[in-house]
Design a protein around this ligand. Structure first.
Ligand code: ADP
Ligand code: MG
Ligand code: MG
Length: 255
């Protein structure tokens, strides 16, 4: 079982008028077996948190720590983070023209496992995982994320989750661009993976919709670059009713 600890994290991005501080002291601990949801208005810095944990070069860490089982994540390369058991699914997954899904997934699995999966068992593994997620078999031959619909990109993320078997998974806006059927399939995929082991999940979302399918243990409200309130799953219902107005950062309702 793994623990991800985020301590007093400060992150800035370069802006035209100098560096702009986006994260202003984020404290969060996620233990294996727990699912935490982060909810907050647009522009509050939720994706910045995900990118900072992922090691995206645009985001400068100006203070604080991120530890995975006591190891300094911020000192690791992006590959090392994956090998250590961190999984980051991004709100806008990148397109990789000319690289088929099958090859992409096998390289990703090789990077994480430290050796290439045996081709025969790998093909079986991928086919099994794809059918569980109602993914068309032709998908394996298509270029990574090229021309994928929103739903296909999200299924792809959950497919990676089930194949790469991370210890801690950060899922950013996993519900965006999904119709109800796709939302159900994607949520079932995440739930299946949660049930199969001791994964710690950080689910970042603007809407409460996905939390009807994936029940979090803890809900954190994110505003102005930090966590301003934490509570149980009920807190999500309260947000759905009242929006984020009382947190003063964006008067937008949650749904
Ligand atoms: P959220 O995911 O909560 O909607 P983001 O983390 O995407 O919020 O954005 C938080 C703030 O940081 C916004 O004001 C956004 O414009 C700014 N920001 C995020 N990424 C960048 C970037 N790469 N360059 C400049 N500004 C950025
Ligand atoms: Mg946003
Ligand atoms: Mg975002």
């Amino acid at each position: 079982m793994s623990t991800l600890e985020i301590k007093d994290l400060h992150v800035s991005v370069a802006a035209e008028d100098g560096a702009k501080e986006i994260l202003r002291g984020v404290d969060l601990t996620i233990r294996g077996g727990e699912t935490h949801a982060i909810m907050g208005p647009n522009g509050s810095g939720k994706s910045t948190l995900a990118y900072a944990i992922a090691g995206h070069p645009k985001y400068e860490i100006t203070g604080g720590e991120v530890l995975l089982d006591g190891e300094d994540v911020l000192a690791m390369s992006v590959d090392e983070r994956a090998r250590a058991g961190l999984f980051l699914a991004m709100q806008y997954p990148v397109e990789v023209p000319g690289v088929s899904m099958a090859n992409f997934l096998r390289s990703a699995a090789t990077a994480v496992r430290g050796e290439a999966p045996k081709l025969r068992t790998w093909v079986k593994e991928v086919k099994g995982a794809m059918s569980e997620l109602d993914i068309d078999p032709d998908f394996a031959d298509r270029s990574v994320n090229e021309g994928f619909s929103g739903g296909e990109k999200k299924r792809h993320e959950v497919l990676q989750l089930s194949l790469l078997k991370p210890k801690i998974a950060v899922l950013d806006e996993t519900d965006s661009g999904l119709d109800v059927d796709a939302l159900r399939v994607v949520s079932q995929g995440v739930n299946r993976y949660r049930a199969a082991g001791d994964v710690g999940v950080l689910l970042i979302t603007h809407y409460t919709r996905i939390l009807k399918y994936i029940t979090p243990d803890v809900v954190h409200v994110f505003a102005g670059g930090r966590i301003v309130e934490s509570g149980g799953a009920d807190l999500a219902n309260e947000l759905e009713e009242n929006g984020y107005v009382k947190y003063g950062a964006g008067a937008e309702a949650a749904s």
